[in-house]
Design a binder for this molecule. Sequence first.
Ligand code: PAF
Length: 280
Amino acid sequence: MKLIQTVKELKAQLDVLRKEGKQIGLVPTMGALHEGHASLVRRAVAENDVVVVSDFVNPTQFNDQNDLIKYPRTLEADCALLEKEGAHIVFAPSVEEVYPEPDTRQFSYAPLDTVMEGKYRPGHFNGVCQIVSKLFMMVEPHRAYFGEKDFQQLAIIREMVKQMQFPLQIVGCPIVRESDGLALSSRNARLSTEERQQALNISKTLFASVDFSKTHTVAETQAFVEESIAKADGLELEYFEMVDGLTLQKVNNWEDTDYIVGCITVYCGEVRLIDNIKYK
Ligand code: PAF
């Protein structure tokens, strides 16, 4: 496995491999890798000849500077995990390497990026599209792998690929959970033992809401989740929305569409956690 820090070297290495006819898979990450990332890398390794993992905390997608400062940076441990999972190249550039000058591009995929995270984290998806489009241009992968935990991000990246006609396939991969149900996230490392226990009520509520939904309306299911989180110790709901899985617009009835997902964001102490669940 090679650790590469410059775009020039990355492109030079990949040009050779591409000319040899190798299929290239890209797993974009911000590091602080865990089993959820490992599952993306394993899938990429199974489906490609060469797997590039980017490990870069992208400043342009943070609307909260405190969050950017506190974001864990663990390159050495990340490389050990990636080596074990069979990645071929780790691309860990500096901020100056990726943004030699400010990226002034504006991406707008309304209404996908104006709801949920888009409403609460202004500019976040613009930053995600800036870095992901740059990575696509630097790596020119055949396939790129993203987790379904960031459900809205995945929908927006699919739309960006369609509109910008990037010649690659986006592969969405299922959420990986701890055995007790907590969705894996790099932010879980910031939870105290007590908060970790409290955070469990997020996935528990979502799972219980799927059973509840079988005999109740969309509005009743929405209220069930909101009330359960309000009752749970240590959790503060930012939003829970039941949306069409493709358009991300709110649904009012089960019959509105055949793909309905509930997306939730909850503060556990100072840590902002997201999760989602499919109803149909
Ligand atoms: O999902 C993430 O970790 C980031 O948003 C991504 C896609 C790596 C872009 O920085």
